[in-house]
Every structure is written in C-alpha cells, then in structure tokens.
Write a protein that binds this ligand. Structure first.
Ligand code: DON
Length: 303
C-alpha cells in the first residue's frame, strides 16, 4: 500500500500543470499548486500516506457534510429537508440559476452553496462562534484530533470577498429561506476555514465508512445520518462532476476548493487527498486522477 501511494503521487503530480488554484478567495490563491498528498486509514488503524500529506489546508466545501450532520442532529430529517432538497443540480456549486426558476426558493441539495448556507442557518447555538464551534467539534471528534481549529486568515479572506455568496444569501433571505444574512454567512465562512491535513481527512472518512463510529470505537454520528450523508457524497459530492466521478471512481467523496477530497470505501477505509490545482468545476485535478487510479488498481468501486 505504501509503495502504491508513493507511485500514485509521483505519477499524478505533474497533472497539476493543467489546473489552477482557487483565486476567488485571495488567501487560497497563495497555495502551491504543485503539491499532492494522500493518506489512507483502515479500521485497524494502519495509516499509509505519501507526498504532501502533512500539509494543512482548509475544508471549504468538505465542511458541508459536517454542517449537514450537525443540522440533522439538531432538527431531524423532516425539518432540514423541508428547507433544502435531495437532488443533484448539474450546475456549478455557486450557481443562482435554479434558485430562481424553482417555485419556492428551496436549494436543490445541501452540497451546493445555496443549500449549505440554508443548512448553516439551522445550526443551533447562542452565538455565531458557538454555532461554528459545534461544527469544528464534530470534525475534531471524527478525526480524533482535538487540535483541529479554524485558519483565521482564510476565514477573513473569504468573509471580505464573498460577493457571490452574499448575493445567494440575500436572495435566500428575500424568499424567506434564511433570516440573518451576515450571521448565517459568518457560520458558513468559519466552517469552510476549518484546517486539517490528509490524515485528519482520512480518519473522518473512516468514521463515515464505519457509519459514524471513529477509529477508537466511539460513536459520534447516528448511523442513519452517516448513511444519508454518504448518499449525498455519491450523488452531489463532486458538484456537477458527480456522475462522471461515480462512473470512473465509484466511491463516496466530497471535494473543496482548497484542493481537499474526503473519500471512503464503506467498511474498509477512509481516504484523504490534497492537491490544490483545480479543474474547471472546482475539483482537485490531481486528486481525482489519483483516486481513479487507486480505485481501479484495488477494485474499490461500490457499484
Ligand atoms: O463558498 C465558497 O466559495 C467556499 N468557501 C467553499 C466552496 C467550495 O469549496 C466549492 N468546492 N469545490
């Protein structure tokens, strides 16, 4: 396994040339596009990792999985899915388009920005800080790493430049889907800035692979919620590239614009990948190729 991961990193790193780091958040534009790292953790706790697996990066959209789980634990399925749907969109992650043409302003799913902003509005807590802290705490528990925290420079950078998300949030407020724009966005930006490495991601993946039970055997997510979130990973986890990813790679995965991908094989392993050069749809270009190769070599597709 160790040799395989090292050879995959070497083989796929050059493809970073074909992608670009996210530039719309100034702090993310500073990332080195040539990096590629991967970590794999199995239920026995064996860790195999290669490349830039110790480099820290922010969760970005991977946090949409975690906030969804917190909102589901706070309110239950019925209340959450009254406000956000369960269908893939086929549109880019920050698109406003479908919101305008659907009858009620109900975002199609919680993995696009509009849906994730509605989900962030549902997270309980006395203050914005407390609400975001509850998301961070679940990340710490899933990864068995109490040191995980926000990257404040990335948080501020996104908060100060998020015109497109503000447009989405004001639209949602205008339709009665959320109450307070700045408070809701503040929770969302904070969760996006949670900082991890590939091993943290792989442990989080393993927790989902074990239906909500961590490497150390602690249940931190109810089994039905873990299952539901894994289904979203398959149908919407890679945005409007989710169908192709399901065919080529065939495992639940969720990407973020920092270049992270959290992936898993049910019951068998958690996988964390980091490669900040993105393709046109906002997914890690090297990360996807590495995962495709890895899945084919080991026959990991769940289909
Ligand atoms: O909302 C944003 O723009 C980011 N904080 C998160 C988006 C993201 O990661 C999309 N991923 N591919």
């Amino acid at each position: 396994m160790q040799k395989l991961l090292e050879s995959l990193v070497e083989k796929h790193r050059p493809a970073a040339r074909e992608g670009k780091v996210a530039e719309y958040i100034p702090e993310l534009a500073k990332q080195d596009s040539r990096m590629l790292g991967v970590a794999v953790v199995n239920p026995k706790g064996d860790v195999h990792a290669a490349g830039a697996y110790r480099t820290r990066f922010t969760l970005q959209s991977i946090s949409k999985l975690i906030s969804l789980m917190v909102a589901l634990m706070d309110h239950g399925e019925e209340r959450v899915f009254a406000k956000v749907g369960m269908e893939p969109t086929g549109d880019p992650f920050h698109s406003l388009y479908k919101l305008e043409i659907t009858e009620e302003a109900k975002p199609l799913n919680p993995m696009i920005n509009a849906g994730a902003i509605v989900v962030s509005s549902l997270i309980r807590g006395k203050s914005v800080e407390e609400r975001a802290e509850r998301v961070i705490q679940l990340v710490r528990e899933m990864a068995d790493n109490p040191e995980i925290d926000m990257n404040r420079a990335v948080y501020r950078s996104e908060r100060d430049t998020a015109d497109r998300n503000r447009a989405l949030a004001y639209f949602l407020k205008g339709c009665g889907a959320i109450d307070d724009v700045e408070e809701t966005l503040d929770v969302y930006f904070r969760q996006c800035s949670i900082c991890v490495d590939c091993i943290d991601l792989a442990r989080m993946g393993l927790c989902l692979a074990q239906n909500g039970v961590t490497l150390r055997g602690k249940r931190v997510i109810p089994g039905d919620i873990a299952r539901l979130v894994k289904t979203f990973m398959v149908t919407c986890g890679m945005y409007n590239a989710s169908g192709e990813f399901a065919i080529r790679v065939g495992i639940p995965a969720k990407s973020g614009v920092s270049g992270g991908i959290l992936a898993l094989v049910p019951g068998r392993m958690g996988i964390g990948v980091f490669g900040p050069a993105l393709d046109k749809k906002g997914n890690s270009i090297t990360g996807i190729r590495l995962l495709e190769d890895f899945s084919k070599k080991l026959g990991l597709s769940i289909f």
